[in-house]
Design a protein around this ligand. Structure first.
Ligand code: SF4
Length: 191
């Protein structure tokens, strides 16, 4: 089997076992074996540099091809509605549960699942992800034909992030967590 190496954010090389055949949705365990391929899941291609960063987002899809944004409170429901799906079915089919932190508190949030190099969910949808999943780049399940299939109800983080912004002008993980914490407080007050 040809070894293929892909870069991840911290430049480590990661090895996981190749998928079983026929494909099954659950392949979350990191395995290292003699017949494993190096980093087989993420088929990352370097995109050409932005032709004019002063123009901001020109829909190159850089973020959509690497790290899908996380939903804020109530947004997954709106995206489900856009696709004419029940929220529960939408989550089970398209989303994973990620963790973001703010001031020492860990908050669980929904995000679109990343796809592997075969165009399948890289981890089982409807459940939590691991650190390796977070570190590796993968195309968002909603990125098709160079566009977002839920653009009108895309996650807050997608809406707020622009790859040409200075880091301090883009949303942070803590910002996402804060939105969920604030929503929790609002609903407690309204109860
Ligand atoms: S939800 Fe839409 S905007 Fe956000 S990463 Fe996916 S394709 Fe891109």
């Amino acid at each position: 089997m040809t070894k293929k190496t892909f870069r991840i954010l911290d430049e480590r090389t990661v090895t996981r076992a190749p998928p079983t055949s026929p494909p099954v949705p659950g392949r979350s365990d990191a395995l290292v074996s003699d017949d494993a391929e190096e980093n087989p899941y993420w088929a990352w291609e370097e995109l050409p540099p932005h032709p004019d960063p002063s123009k901001g987002c020109i829909r190159r899809g850089l973020c959509c091809r690497s790290h899908p944004g996380r939903f804020g409170p109530g947004e997954a429901e709106k995206a489900a509605e856009l696709l004419n799906m029940a929220p529960d079915a939408f989550v089970r089919r398209y989303l994973i549960i990620d963790e973001v932190e703010s001031e020492g508190e860990t908050v669980q949030v929904f995000a679109p699942v990343k796809l592997d190099r075969w165009g399948r969910p890289a981890l089982p949808t409807g459940g939590p992800v691991d650190k390796l999943y977070r570190a590796l780049r993968g195309q968002c399940v909603f990125f098709k034909d160079n566009g977002c299939q839920i653009y009108g109800a895309r996650p807050w983080e997608c809406d707020a992030y622009v790859c040409t912004n200075a880091p301090e002008d883009n949303p942070s993980h803590a910002d996402v967590a804060q939105r969920w914490i604030a929503a929790r407080g609002d609903s407690a007050e309204g109860a």
